[in-house]
Write a protein that binds this ligand. Structure first.
Ligand SMILES: [Mn+2]
Length: 427
């Protein structure tokens, strides 16, 4: 196990120097109203799960350019998320992908995670690639496969993931299926759906009572003609047929271009079937770029629907939805990329909390479109970074996480500890 590579004392020193040169993050924002105090409290409470597969360099089908010092095993992945959590105060859990993160020492992993203040978020199954020694292939699908034995193998894997997840203290299973077809005529859509539903029902029935099943949809890729859970409608259909523990998971990059994701989110929340999120950003497809790097306004509009919809349903924003990042870093340092994503999520959340819901409701009743836009954009154009920084200061995290990561030479340290050729397991 890694020794802790960032001591609390280093963060305190960094914050002192920051405060000396920049002053309080809230300087210039006027006096703190009660509302803003409440908002800072909400930001302090808000936590995002870090995916284990995003701690190393991703790649494309054309190449991979790792930067060194990647976590070589689960302990080192936990250590990396611990580092992100101490820098931001907002990353208190890690989402595992099985079998990439398989462990025969789950109890020990729980203890190690706890030393960083972490727990295990949703566990992900993997039936989109064949593993060494696997008897039947998923080339033509897993839960939808024509062959009953292949379906049974895929179901069995999911049950195994639930079993491990229980030992890790997780309480949800995320299923993303690559199942689909690349050519017209390859598949009978209805039969593929029904076979998938039957398989999912076996998995659903094995869920512990307090668990949730997240059904993640994706429009295309790896298949290019049809996907068996292709959009939110299909995911919702599965969820409704399965029962109250099944939910739709929205990955921001899994839509066709220009889809109105905020409207999807609003309706799923209304139906009580929004389970959680995979945050990322994209220009064209499932680009898995840093959250908020391309469409920050869309991210804000999504958070606006979330905040409004969660209030309407009296939901707890910290516990009732699973907030996760799903990203792949081909160019940036994975940890710096994740720090930027966490910040972008907090900024958008804070902006959404600033929306004057009452005034917006009145403008909508009056068909005052101009005023509605004024209200939304007034919140979106508010610089919430000082509020987010203040929340970090109060949780003893770093005022400037990327700055501290760089000035402490943390990547260099990781490379010295783990080697320049260290390669994360997973994608
Ligand atoms: Mn995803």
């Amino acid at each position: 196990m890694d020794t802790r590579i960032l001591e609390p004392e280093q963060i305190r020193k960094h914050n002192e120097v920051f405060l000396e040169s920049h002053g309080s993050p809230l300087q210039g924002m006027g006096s703190l109203t009660r509302e803003r105090e409440g908002l800072i409290r909400k930001l302090m409470d808000f936590q995002v799960a870090i995916p284990s597969w995003a701690l190393g360099t991703g790649g494309t089908r054309f190449g991979r350019f790792p930067g060194g010092g990647e976590p070589r095993n689960l302990e080192e992945k936990i250590s990396d998320v611990g580092l992100l959590h101490s820098l931001t105060g907002s990353a208190d859990s890690i989402s595992l992908h099985i079998p990439w993160d398989n462990t025969d020492r789950p109890g020990e992993m729980v203890r190690i995670a706890a030393t960083y203040g972490l727990h295990f978020a949703s566990v992900n199954s993997n039936t989109f690639q064949d593993q060494p020694g696997q008897s039947l292939s998923y080339k033509f699908g897993s839960l939808q496969h024509e062959d009953a034995a292949t379906r049974a193998q895929a179901v069995g894997h999911n049950l195994e993931v639930i079993r491990l997840g229980r030992e890790l203290g997780s309480n949800s299973l995320t299923v993303w299926l690559a199942d689909g077809s690349s050519y017209p005529g390859q598949l009978n859509f209805r039969r593929a759906f029904q076979r998938s539903l039957e398989s999912l029902r076996l998995i659903y029935d094995a869920l512990p009572p307090d668990w949730k099943l997240f059904i993640e949809y994706k429009a295309y890729e790896p298949h290019f003609y049809s996907t068996t859970v292709g959009d939110w409608g299909q995911s919702l259909l599965y969820a409704k047929k399965l029962g109250p523990k099944a939910f739709t998971l929205v990955d921001l990059g899994h839509h066709l271009p220009n889809a109105n994701i905020e409207q999807i989110v609003a309706l799923l929340l209304m139906e009580g079937r929004l389970g959680g999120f995979h945050f990322n950003d994209s220009k064209y497809g499932d680009d898995d770029l840093t959250v908020g790097c391309i469409r920050p306004y869309q991210l804000f509009l999504i958070f606006h629907e979330l905040v409004e919809g969660m209030e309407e349903r009296e939901m707890n924003p910290v516990t009732d939805l699973a907030w996760m990042i799903d990203a792949s870093h081909n160019l940036k340092d994975p940890l710096e990329d994740l720090l930027q994503s966490i910040e972008a999520i907090q900024i958008a959340y804070a902006q959404a909390l600033l929306v004057n819901q009452e005034a917006l409701g009145r403008a909508q009743e009056m068909n005052d479109i101009v005023q509605a836009q004024e209200i939304l954009q007034d919140a979106f154009r508010t610089d919430t970074r000082p509020l987010v920084a203040e929340a970090r200061l109060r949780t003893e995290a770093a005022l400037d996480p990327v700055g501290l990561f760089r000035e402490s030479g943390l990547r260099g340290l990781l490379i010295r500890q783990r080697g320049s050729g260290a390669r994360a397991t997973g994608l």
